[in-house]
Ligand binder design. Structure first.
Ligand code: IMP
Length: 426
C-alpha cells in the first residue's frame, strides 16, 4: 500500500495535527519527516487537548506506530519530557521509534539561534529560537551529532569536542557570549538522556519499507509548511528543512513511487508567525476577530500570528510543488458571522495581473491582492457533520477554492475536536 503525505500549504499552523490525527485512525505507521520541536500540533480528543511538538500525531491510537524519521532534528530532552507528559495522561508512548540518523539539537544550537537573531536586529527572521536552523546547518556542514551517537560515548565525546571548540569560539568572539561546558553537556546527554532515548532508537527505514511491502497504510507527517520550505518558501523567512512533499521521501527513506496520495492542509484563511512577505495580510478589527476566534497564538511560543485572507495564488503554487491530490480545509467555522469573505485569486504589480506566484521575491513584496468577494454566512458550523449541514454560502466558498486550485477539497474542518469535520467531495 503506497504512502500518504500530509503537508501544510501555507506558512504553518493550518491545523495539520487534527487532520493527521483523524487520518491516523486508518494508519499503521505515522512518520514525522522533518522539522523539530519548532512545530506544535494540537489535538483535541473528548474535550482534552494534547499539544505535541516532536511525537507524531498517531501516538494517541493504540494500533499506530509513531516514528520520528531521519529528516527530523531531535532535542532528546524535549522528546523525553513529551513522553513523560503523555504518559502522565495515560498515553502509551512505548511504540515510538526514532531514527538513529536524525540529528540532535544541542545546547549550542539554542545559543546560536538566539545570538544570531539578536545580532540581525530589525532583519531578524522571527525564529522559534529552538536551535533548529543551527542544527540543520551543522548537519549540512557534516559536523552534527546524530541520535545514534548517544549509543557510543567515545564517538559522542570525540564529535562534541571538535564541534564545541568551534561553537565556543564563535559564541565568544563573534557574539560575546560565555563558552559552554563540554563535560556538562556530555554528562547530561550521555548519562541522563541516552538511557531514555536508547530503547526508542530503531531502523525506521526498514520499518517503513516492511510496512509498505506488507500492504499497510502509512502516513508521512510534515511539520511547518510549503512556504516555510528552505528551497521553495519565502527565503530567508523560512525554516531550515523541506516540509514540501519531496522532503517526505528524503526524510523517511522512501522513493516518490511509494507515495500515491498527498493531502494539502489549508486553513480557510491564512496566518503566519515571524517576519516575511504576506500579500493578503489584514489588520485592524478584522485581524483581531480572526486571531481571537481562531485562537491564533503559537502553541508553544505563545506568539500572536499575523492573519489574512485565503490566497489562491499561493495555494495553486502549493498544489504544483507538492503534487497535491486533494485539499483539507480547516477552521471554516472561524469565518462564520462575517458579512462577506474574500478569496485572493490573483496579484497585481506595476499594472500587471498575475495568477502565478512571481518567481522574483521582490515582486511578491509589492503585489496587491485581487480579491473575489463572496457572501458570508451567519450560522455556527461547529455541529455540521455532512455537506448538507453547511449553509449554501459556506459551500460556495469551499467550491470556489476547489475551482481556483484545480484539486478537490476532501475535508472541511468545523471545530477543534477530532470529530468536527465534514467529508466534502474528494
Ligand atoms: P525556525 O524553524 O525556528 O528556524 O523558524 C523559522 C521560521 O519558521 C519563523 O518564521 C518561524 O515562525 C517559522 N516556524 C517554524 N515552525 C513553525 C510552525 O510550526 N508553525 C508556524 N511557523 C513556524
Amino acid at each position: 500500500m503506497p504512502a500518504t503525505i500530509v503537508v501544510g500549504t501555507q506558512w504553518g499552523d493550518e491545523g495539520k495535527g487534527k487532520l493527521t490525527d483523524l487520518l491516523a485512525r486508518d494508519m499503521r505507521l505515522v512518520v514525522r519527516y522533518q522539522g523539530g520541536h519548532n512545530a506544535g500540533h494540537t489535538i483535541v480528543v473528548g474535550g482534552e487537548s494534547f499539544a505535541l511538538q516532536l511525537i507524531p500525531s498517531g501516538v494517541l491510537y493504540r494500533h499506530t506506530i509513531p516514528v520520528i524519521g531521519n529528516g527530523v532534528v531531535v532535542d532528546p530532552a524535549v522528546l523525553v519530557a513529551e513522553c513523560d507528559t503523555l504518559a502522565a495522561r495515560g498515553v502509551d508512548t512505548s511504540r515510538l521509534v526514532v531514527s538513529g540518523n536524525a540529528h540532535l539539537v544541542m545546547p549550542y544550537h539554542y545559543e546560536l539561534d538566539r545570538a544570531t537573531e539578536r545580532s540581525l536586529g530589525k532583519n531578524r527572521l522571527g525564529t522559534t529560537k529552538r536551535g533548529i536552523g543551527p542544527a540543520y546547518a551543522d548537519k549540512a556542514a557534516r559536523i552534527g551529532l546524530r541520535v545514534q551517537d548517544l549509543l557510543d560515548e567515545k564517538i559522542f565525546r570525540q564529535k562534541l569536542d571538535v564541534v564545541l571548540r568551534e561553537k565556543n569560539a564563535v559564541l565568544a568572539k563573534v557574539f560575546n557570549r560565555l563558552a559552554l561546558d563540554g563535560e556538562e553537556i556530555a554528562r547530561r546527554y550521555l548519562d541522563e538522556l541516552a538511557p531514555r532515548i536508547a530503547p526508542m532508537i530503531g531502523d525506521t527505514v526498514g520499518l517503513v519499507h516492511e510496512a509498505l511491502e506488507a500492504g499497510e497504510q502509512i502516513m508521512l507527517e510534515g511539520a511547518q509548511a510549503t512556504f516555510l520550505d528552505l528551497d521553495h518558501g519565502t527565503y530567508p523567512y523560512v525554516t531550515s528543512s523541506n516540509p514540501t512533499a519531496g522532503g517526505a521521501c528524503v526524510g523517511t527513506g522512501i522513493g516518490p513511487r511509494d507515495v500515491d496520495r498527498v493531502i494539502g492542509i489549508a486553513k480557510a484563511y491564512v496566518t503566519r508567525v515571524g517576519a516575511g512577505p504576506f500579500p493578503t495580510e489584514v489588520d485592524g478589527e478584522l485581524a483581531d476577530v480572526l486571531v481571537e476566534r481562531g485562537h491564533e497564538y503559537g502553541t508553544n511560543t505563545g506568539r500572536r500570528r499575523r492573519p489574512g485572507w485565503l490566497d489562491c495564488v499561493m495555494l495553486r503554487h502549493a498544489v504544483r510543488l507538492n503534487s497535491l491530490s486533494e485539499i483539507a480545509l480547516t477552521k471554516l467555522d472561524v469565518l462564520s458571522a462575517l458579512p462577506t469573505v474574500k478569496l485572493c485569486v490573483a496579484y497585481e504589480a506595476d499594472g500587471e495581473r498575475m495568477t502565478r506566484l512571481p518567481y522574483h521575491q521582490s515582486v511578491l513584496h509589492k503585489v496587491t491582492p485581487v480579491y473575489e468577494e463572496l457572501e458570508g454566512w451567519q450560522e455556527d458550523l461547529s455541529q455540521a457533520t455532512s455537506v448538507r449541514d453547511l449553509p449554501k454560502a459556506a459551500r460556495s466558498y469551499v467550491e470556489a477554492i476547489a475551482d481556483q486550485c484545480g484539486v478537490p477539497v476532501g475535508y472541511v474542518g468545523v471545530g477543534p475536536g477530532r470529530e468536527q469535520y465534514v467529508r466534502f467531495a474528494a
